[in-house]
Design a protein around this ligand. Structure first.
Ligand SMILES: *[C@@H]1O[C@H](CO)[C@@H](O)[C@H](O)[C@H]1NC(C)=O
Ligand SMILES: *[C@@H]1O[C@H](CO)[C@@H](O)[C@H](O)[C@H]1NC(C)=O
Ligand SMILES: *[C@@H]1O[C@H](CO)[C@@H](O)[C@H](O)[C@H]1NC(C)=O
Length: 204
């Protein structure tokens, strides 16, 4: 019962997860505290997961949140590139390479075994992405553009997964993955709250 409720809220919240972050950057017209590398790592993770599920003919319902988050992530990265005036030829070439690579997976021009090898890297990629984000906030003592809503949702969804796994499979690998992810998301959330408050004091 609680498991179902957590699963449903997780999917609903995932679907809108990045929107508050995009809106915040759009309103502020700057990206203080956000690490672009971290965003790109998330794209790799989300693209790989989406392609893997698609190639294996899994039902769309079982992985629908990944392409939806991926779509928001494109808009988010586009916004970050735009406000940093990074939209140049290099970015265009890299985007073309990215599209080419994942299209090759989708149309099975590349063997799907490569995706099977890449999938377990999802956990370290996702953890490095969060570490980079946390590091950037602490290094620049700046969380101005970080959306607390987005990171609250991230902490909630990872925390909810811990509960559903405990009730369901008690898979140690999955449990470790989501415990680490939940800890890092919560750390980013709390660090952001801290630096947002000190920055408010500074400007007063
Ligand atoms: C993101 O993190 C990497 C690695 O620490 C760093 O090289 C890069 O400058 C950071 N980007 C921003 C925008 O802080
Ligand atoms: C997925 O479906 C396509 C078309 O029906 C088929 O050619 C392919 O072998 C299937 N792949 C897997 C992994 O079942
Ligand atoms: C990265 O991939 C793993 C495994 O596919 C997944 O559990 C995790 O939620 C993904 N992380 C992000 C930030 O999308």
């Amino acid at each position: 019962m609680i498991s179902n409720l957590l699963s449903i809220t997780t999917i609903i919240l995932s679907v809108i997860m990045k929107a508050p972050q995009i809106i915040r950057i759009y309103n502020q017209k700057q990206t203080g505290g956000i690490n672009l590398t971290s965003l790109l790592l998330d794209v790799i993770n989300l693209s790989t997961t989406t392609c893997y599920n698609y190639i294996n003919n899994y039902s769309l319902m079982s992985y629908m949140e990944y392409p939806i988050i991926l779509f928001q992530q494109y808009i988010l990265i586009g916004t970050v590139l735009f406000y940093n005036k990074y939209l140049n030829v290099k970015v265009l070439i890299l985007s073309a390479m990215y599209i080419g690579l994942y299209s090759a997976f989708i149309f099975e021009l590349l063997p799907s075994t490569i995706l099977t090898i890449l999938i377990p890297l999802g956990t370290p990629i996702s953890l490095s992405s969060k570490c980079l984000q946390l590091y950037t906030i602490v290094k620049f003592k700046n969380a101005d553009s970080i959306s607390l809503t987005t990171w609250s949702i991230s902490a909630y969804t990872n925390g909810a997964r811990i509960y559903t796994i405990l009730m369901d499979s008690v898979d140690k690998m999955l449990l470790t993955n989501f415990c680490l992810n939940a800890t890092l998301s919560t750390s980013i959330l709390l660090t952001s709250i801290y630096y947002k408050q000190t920055s408010t004091k500074r400007t007063l």
